[in-house]
Design a protein. Structure first.
Length: 133
């Protein structure tokens, strides 16, 4: 299934997983996974001629897809959770809490599994209308 993804999305997924296996620093793991997922979502938008050029980040792109019926409400919740993890990993100090999140191996594993699950589920929904997680 994942072989059908755009090359850049696949490369970033593999890069993120390999960095997790190699126990690299959290940001170096999270960054390619976040890029892969956002690029995947933008690809879905492009397939449906939905303009997301003015949307920033996973959450905004996901909301736009939802407003056009290309992801379900449950998908949007998963997208938002992935976006929250990405922000915690990549953006240092939490602006609401004025502290930095400490990212654990379990947090990185959750990001990897959530991204992989979301890509598979959203793809199934877009290609066949299937609802599966």
């Amino acid at each position: 299934f994942y072989l059908g993804l755009e090359q850049g999305v696949r490369d970033n997924l593999v890069r993120g997983v390999q960095r997790l296996v190699d126990r690299q620093e959290a940001r170096s793991v999270g960054q390619p996974l976040g890029i892969a997922f956002e690029d995947f979502l933008r690809g879905i938008a492009n397939q449906h001629q939905i303009n997301v050029a003015d949307k920033n980040g996973i959450g905004q792109v996901g909301s736009e897809l939802r407003s056009h019926g290309k992801v379900t409400k449950k998908h949007l919740g998963l997208i938002q959770a992935i976006g929250a993890l990405r922000i915690a990993i990549e953006h240092g100090i939490d602006s609401d809490e004025n502290k930095e999140w400490q990212i654990t191996v379990n947090g990185l594993r959750l990001l990897v599994s959530s991204v992989m699950l979301a890509i598979r589920s959203i793809s199934a929904y877009n290609s066949r209308g299937d609802l599966d997680l």
